[in-house]
Every structure is written in C-alpha cells, then in structure tokens.
Ligand binder design. Structure first.
Ligand code: F6R
Length: 619
C-alpha cells in the first residue's frame, strides 16, 4: 500500500529532496492519504509532512523550504493505523532526542503490546500509528549500539507482521537503512548515489539497475556501497537485474490520465506478453517457467488464486484452461482460499495472478498452497516482486508499469498469460495437437490489432458515458466468458466513478436480478458471438428482450455483423469477431472506456480513486 523512497548521494546539482519528491510522485498511486519527507540537515532531522495528496506536501515545502541534503527518505501513505491526519503522516521520529526518522509500509501486528511497554517505560507518542513504535525501538537500539544497521536488526527482531522500514539517523548522514518482511523493497544502484523504493518506479528516472531484496533482510546504502544482511546478521547478496522499461513508460506521455494511456496500451500489452513464446516449429515454449514437463504431466487439478481484477482474469481463463487441458480448474479469491480447508496436494497446480506481485492476500494463499505441497506458478507483471519469488515458477506478463489504480492493461495481459499457461499444459500433456496449438497462437496473435480497432471506435461509447454521468446504478450482463467481463466492467465503474454497478451471469437473471429492472435502468450486455457453442448467442438475445420488455435501456456489445441484437438494443457497440474464448480481450475495452469517460465527466480523479491504493500489501 504505502510508497516509500530512500536516497543517498552527493548534494550537488540534485538535492536528496528533489530525488525523493520525484520518487514519491511516481509512487503516489500506492497511497495518497498523506505524504512526508525527512532529510538530514546539519546533524539534525528536518521533516515536512501533510495529510492529503502530494500536492499538499509540495505546498508545505514551498512555505517552509528544506536545506539541501545528501540523505533523505519519503513516504506516501494509505492509512491503516490512525486516520489520514498530519500527525499520523510519516516519517515518524524516534527516541528522546528525536534524531531518528522512520517510514513504514505494512502493519506491525504486535504494536499494541510494544506500545504499552514503551509507554510504561516513559516514552511519549505523537501519533496513533504502529509505525511510531518501530521508530522508538530503532532509536533506542541506536542509543545502545551507535550503529543504524545493528539498531534496525535489534528492532525488527521484536516486530511481528508485515513491514518495510526505512530509517535515517542525524548522527549518520549518508546512510539509509531498510528492512523488509512480507512487504516490498527494491534497491536502485546508481553511480555515486543509491536508492531504495517500494518499486523501481521510485528511482526509474535515475537508474535502471536494480537489486531484489529477499525476505527478512536488511539493506544499508551509502553513496557508493550497498550491503545486505539477514535478520540473523549473516551477510547475503541480492539479485541484480536491469529494468526493461524507462522513465517515459511511467509518465502520462500527453494523456490526461494514466488510465487513459494504459487502456490505449492494451494492444501492446497483449502483443508483448505473447512475444517470443513459440519455437521455429510453432511449438509453444515457456522456457522461463523452469518447471519440468514431467511435473506438469502429474497435475490433476488447477486452482487459480487472485484478488479483484486479477481474480476476474482467472475466472475468464478458467473457461479456456478447462477446455484446452481437460483438467478441472477452480478460481478462488486468495483471501478465502487459505481460511477454508482447500483440497490441495502435490498434484495440484496453484496459479497466482497478480499485477503487483505484492498483494498480501495472494502472497499468503501462495504460501499456504506451498505448505500443502502444491506446485505454484505466479503470473505477475512486476519483476522480482515477492509473489514470484515465493513461487516455484513465474510467467511474467509484459504490460509495462501500470500506474492507474484501476487495472486495465494488466488485466488483458493476465488473461493472455493464463491462456499461454493453459495451452502449454495442453501441449505438454498431449491433449492439444501441435496444429491446434499453432492455430490458437495465430488467433491470439490477431488480437492486438482487433483491440486497436475497438479503441479506434470509442467515440460513441464516450458520448454515451457523458450522457450517463448522473446514473445511479448500472447493470452488466454476460454469459460464458462474457460473464467475468460483466463483473470486471462493473468493478471498473464502481471503483473510479463511484456508481453502484453489478455484473450478473445472464442465465442467472430470471433467478432474482431481473427484479432490479425498472424503466430506464441502463444494462450493458456482453453478447457471445453467433458462433458460440450451445446457441448461447440466442439465449443472450432472449435475455436482452426480457429486460427490454421491462423497460431497461440496453447497451449491447456485439460482434460486427451480428444483426440479431439490433431490434432489442438501444445502443449497439460493435467489436471485431474473434474465437469465443478470446473475445474477453476485446469486449472488456468498451467497458473500461465507458467507466473512464463517465468518471471524467463527473470530474473525478480517475487515477487515484478514493479509499483505494494500487497494491494492497495488508490483509
Ligand atoms: C481493480 C484492481 C484491483 C487489483 C487487486 C489485485 O482495478 O486493480 O482489484 O486487481 O487488488 O492486485 P494485484 O493484481 O496487484 O494482485
């Protein structure tokens, strides 16, 4: 959830504050309840912090400027313990002399007990946060040890829960120490300067060389050194890697919002995720999986675990995976999975889907699956994130950085990657012939151009959205693979336009939801193509008639040339035809554009919707 940045370097052209403020701007999508920075200024810690978005912190710094410094940390918050107030904003100061500043992402689960004993020992607290407890613990340990790394090590030994902590001490300028357990932290490797961040966006404007941090590790950066130890004090080394996107990819590039840009990037997200996946004989190759074909042949059940939009990508992929592999596939909300008693063993393949690779619920589900002996594969968009590291294997989606809180391009890339996995399983197990795999890969290769066609036709959808800005509720119907698309369309509208929206399986309508239909009720219907098996097309056309007869305003997403829907549609939104299982990659686009345009018409901040954060690293 929160975003954190740390920097040490020479105080020449660019001050530490500028670097950290730039990093916070790129990380603001992770939380925007408050923001704050701390710098070491002449053997003292100077802090500025403000509730609300980063703009408030900028005004605060303009009103009360900070001196140039070589050492700084910054934080953008998604509130957990304590409301989004100035006092609760990070950094927090620690110790009697308040010479230590600390920022935190995560939740310290035993903070109440720790706080009680600190209060009993005479320590006063200025905030309601769990973070301030950690600040005092590190500061007290520093008073004993005189070494920030050692102080951090002593303090983390007392903490339970999930945390990334960054600390600076006024007596140790030129040093930032970070620690991580179950929350993200990456190191940016510069020349004469080093960086810490919740993700690489924090420092992508300065370096594309990065280093992964492992679980339960402490990193100490100075301008020209990076050293890592485990919580038990033994030295270790992180894995270095080159980031394959640059600062421009994390900027709006002329678009009014990141969400608008990311919707437009979907053809490329799908294309890049498909890139280089076949060999010269047309066979699907997923080398990066590094799982033996034998273990894949032993799989007798698949469980997909994910949350939110990623969960809908799993629901979509289930149709294809079962159809192609003939292996039963369940799709489970990650936070439900581990609290029941799932039937999972060493023959179960658990596929986690996560854009950030840091979602706590999904991470815990993966750990649980591994404890039960399952084979775990992570479908992830973020290199080196915790979930892929905790999994047996990873298949990366190549959507590039997704900054808008509402997920769009990651969703289509996730479906694409899950399809690749399904096809690969079918190929390895001999369920699909080489010819069939090649045919499906060719159909998939056509999808980016079809998505582009939809994007080029969105003017009318934008107009409809603007007319509908005052809607109080919008319903979404779909069937077969259109059903998860209806759910995802509804989620997009809820999260960025704050409109009550529900998605239903069209077949379920008569079992209850049809009671919601009253004159004028807008209903989007995702219509299966006329060639969809089992005559599902006609069944959905009948559903449209049923709701129209009760006064619904029907907004119908239908394939080019599907004339059967015309008499019953108030609006027909045309999309190019594709094989049924691939249609979700196309039909989601108008629903994303609709939500974006409607939220914009309402004057809302589409990239940073209220109460949300991009990556949910708490339970
Ligand atoms: C919705 C959205 C969320 C995420 C969910 C999982 O637009 O973005 O529902 O999909 O929080 O996040 P990841 O994919 O990072 O695990």
């Amino acid at each position: 959830m929160c975003g954190i940045v740390g920097y040490v370097g020479p105080a020449v052209d660019e001050t530490a504050l500028d670097v950290v403020m730039e990093g916070l701007a790129r990380l603001e999508y992770r939380g925007y309840d408050s923001a704050g920075v701390a710098v070491i200024d002449d053997d003292e810690i100077a802090i500025r912090k403000r509730s609300g978005k980063l703009a408030n912190l900028r005004s605060e710094i303009s009103a009360h400027p900070l001196h140039a410094s070589s050492t700084a940390i910054g934080h953008t918050r998604w509130a957990t313990h304590g409301g989004p107030t100035d006092n609760n904003a990070h950094p927090h100061l620690g110790g009697q002399d308040r010479k230590l500043a600390l920022i935190h992402n995560g939740i310290i689960e035993n903070f109440h007990r720790l706080k009680t004993s600190l209060v009993d020992a005479g320590q006063s607290f200025l905030s309601e946060t769990d973070t301030e407890v950690a600040a005092h613990l590190v500061a007290m340990a520093y008073e004993r040890t005189g070494d920030l790394t050692e102080a951090m090590r002593e303090a983390v030994a007392q903490l339970e829960g999930a945390f990334t902590l960054l600390a600076i001490h006024a007596d140790q300028p030129g040093v930032v120490v970070g620690a991580r357990r179950n929350s993200p932290l990456v190191v940016g490797l510069g020349e004469g300067a080093n960086y810490l961040g919740s993700d690489v966006a924090a420092f992508i404007g300065h370096t594309r060389e990065a280093m992964e941090m492992g679980q339960d590790e402490i990193v100490t950066i100075t301008p020209d050194s990076v050293s890592v130890i485990r919580f038990d004090g033994t030295p270790t080394e992180g894995k270095r890697y080159h980031v394959d996107w640059d600062a421009a990819a994390a900027e709006k590039g002329g678009y009014p919002s990141f969400m608008a840009k990311e919707i437009d990037e979907q053809p490329q997200a799908i294309g890049d995720t498909l890139l280089g996946r076949t060999d010269s004989e047309g066979r699907l190759v997923l080398d990066e999986l590094r799982i033996s074909e034998d273990s894949l042949r032993e799989v007798d059940k698949i469980v997909i675990v994910a949350c939110g939009t990623a969960w809908y990508s799993g629901l979509t992929a289930k149709y294809a995976i079962e159809h192609w592999t003939r292996i039963p596939c369940e799709v489970e909300l990650a936070h439900e999975f581990r609290y029941r008693d799932p039937v999972v063993d060493e023959h179960t393949l658990v596929i986690s889907v996560s854009q950030s690779g840091e979602t706590m619920d999904t991470l815990m589900a993966v750990k649980h699956a591994r404890e039960l002996g399952a084979l775990t594969i992570s479908v992830c968009n973020t290199h080196g994130a915790t979930i892929p590291r905790e999994s047996d294997a990873v298949l990366y989606t190549h959507a590039g950085p997704e900054i808008a809180v509402a997920s769009t391009k990651a969703f289509v890339a996730q479906i694409t990657a899950c399809y690749l996995l399904g096809l690969y399983l079918a190929q390895v197990r001999g369920v699909a012939t080489g010819e069939r795999v090649a045919e499906i890969m060719a159909d998939l290769a056509d999808i980016p151009a079809k998505v582009q066609t939809v994007l080029d036709r969105m003017d009318r959808v934008r107009e409809i959205a603007r007319f509908m800005a005052d809607s109080r509720a919008v319903l979404f119907l779909g069937r077969h693979v259109g059903y998860p698309i209806a759910l995802e369309g509804a989620l997009k509208l809820k999260e960025i336009a704050y409109i009550h929206a529900e998605g239903f399986a069209a077949g379920e309508l008569k079992h209850g939801p049809i009671a919601l239909i009253e004159p004028g009720q807008p209903v989007f219907v995702v219509v299966p193509g006329p060639d969809t098996p089992h005559d599902l097309h006609s069944k959905v056309v009948s559903n449209i008639q049923e709701i129209r007869a009760r006064g619904a305003r029907t907004l119908v997403i239908a394939e080019d040339g599907d004339e059967a829907v015309v008499p019953f549609a108030d609006e027909v939104i045309r999309v190019p035809a594709a094989p049924t299982l691939l249609m979700p990659l196309i039909t989601i686009v108008p629903l994303q554009v609709f939500a974006l345009e409607l939220a914009t018409a309402k004057g809302l901040d589409v990239d940073q919707p209220r109460n949300l954060a991009k990556s949910v690293t708490v339970e």
